[in-house]
Every structure is written in C-alpha cells, then in structure tokens.
Design a protein around this ligand. Sequence first.
Ligand SMILES: [Ca+2]
Length: 325
Amino acid sequence: MRRLLFVVFVFFGGLSTACSGQQTPVQTKPIAVILDTDMDSDVDDVGALAMLHTYEKVGKVRILGVVVTSDEQYSATCTDAINTYFERGDLPIGISQKDSLKSFSKYTLAVSQEFPHKLTSSKIAENSTSLYRRLLAKEPDGSVVIITIGHLTSLSNLLNSQPDAISPLSGQALVAKKVLRWSCMGGQFPSGKEANFYRPDPASTVNCLAKWTLPVTFAGWEVGNQLVTGGADFKARCKSSSPVYRSYELYNNFKGRASWDQVAVLEAVEGVSSYFSVVKDGHCAVSADGSNTWTFPANPLHGYLAIKFTPEAIRNRIEELMLGN
Ligand SMILES: [Ca+2]
C-alpha cells in the first residue's frame, strides 16, 4: 500500500518550467538494464518487470539481472517465476535481506507456488550488493541503466560498498565507471513525501542522492498516479496463464492500479519520447525523513518527469508492453 503522508505543493514562481525540446537518442543496440524492485505490497512492480521482458523480446533491452529490495518472503521467488515465464529463468536475482522476512503480499506466494521457477527460497539468493557489483563489473564503461522501482536500500548499499574480489573499485567508483544513468520511481514533485523515498529506509535515499554523480530522472508519484492500468480491459486482453494476469487478479481482481513503476521503465527505455517532458531547472533535495523538494540551484544531472502526451495514450502504451503478447 502506498501512502502519501502529506502533499505540499511549492510553486517557484514559474521556475518549474518543463523542457520539451529533448530528443530521444537513436538507439543502436539493446540497453543494458538492472531492475531494482520491491515486488511485494503493490502490483505495479509486476507490470514494470513484464514491460522490461517485452522490450527485451523486441531487442530494445538486455536485462542483466533483478535486485529485489524487500523484506517479503516470496518477493524473490515471485520475481524468478515471472522471469521464467518470460523465458529468462536464467536471470540472476539479488536480495536486500534474508532475515526478518514477512509474508504480506497479495500475490507473491501464489505466483511462486503456481508458476515454475528455480529459486526455491529468498534465503539462498545472492546478496544484492554482490549482484550489483558483479553485473556492473563485467559491462562496458558508461553503459548500464539502473531502474529503481522500490526503496533505495540496495542501491545505497552498493554505493557504500568497498573494493572486493569482484572489483578493485569502491561502489561509488564502480557506478561512476559503469552506469549510464538512473531512472528512479520515487519522490513527489515539486514537493511531497512518497513511499519509496521514506519507507522503510529514508537514509538510503539521502545517501543515494548525495553519492550519485550521473544523470538521474525521477518518475514522481504524481505521474504514475494518473495512469491506471491492469483493469478490465487488460484482463480481457491478457493471457490468463500469465503470472502478470494472476498478480493483478490477486491484487484487486482487475480494478486497476496506478502505474508508478511502469513510468520509470517507459522513460528508461524509450527516453522522454513523445510521452513526457523533463523539468530540469532545479535539483531534488531529500530531507532526513524522506520528504523531497525540487529546489535551487539547478543540477543538470537531475530531472523529473511531467506528462506531455495524453494520459490515455501512455496508459495504452504501458498496457501493450505489460501484455507481452
Ligand atoms: Ca515498486
């Protein structure tokens, strides 16, 4: 469940001007992607992962692995089952924690039980820091796109990591060398308090933003919240044998859900394209409690998304990609 504790809209006297002139670069080879997900309480993570698999099938993406940042007991096995359904059961999965796991998701246990996969338990999955480092170390410099659609504990741990047998570089240096950019579902813009930033680990958000030295685009809560997907139309078009279908069925029986996480994937792969504009006139400042504000001075590396095209067109595009037919 996503809760918005409070919403404080701060208007900077015309300073938050959307820049609409950005062009999506011509893509010549698949984008190497690491997805960092909290696939547990909400279901949009399922839609986002399905989108990535669809992109991979058409050659737009090469998924390197999935980081599961969650304390949900069946989050990693559910992720493995979805990957397996999309014929990528070979994808490595890293987890943020093995202890104090809980079972609170409406769909991860059922998907884990009903769909084949190899990972038998979260407890035997690789540590997320190790996986991040291993995947980054073997990729070409400046090539990897990180997409976070959950809280930032694993990314923060990566940035804090020290040289090891995998790489002589610190986590921060390894990221600076190997990563191209970060697409982050998090925050509310221009100001607010959003779950990925404040719950359960706001210090990780502060740390990530302090140590991030590359381009980052924020898909704020207010964008995906306008884009409800996974409803009755989706049910009619999705294969009932799909774990995506099953997850949305179990979550709320196809009443639909906001597409917070799918927006980050859409932007990460297709760029700003015709769907969004990017506000670039400030930077995202995060407080210790995880609340955030878009403020001066401008940091050219920071931007946040605003809807430019019609929400209906974006919804349709997201659902097409979620279907993966
Ligand atoms: Ca999520």
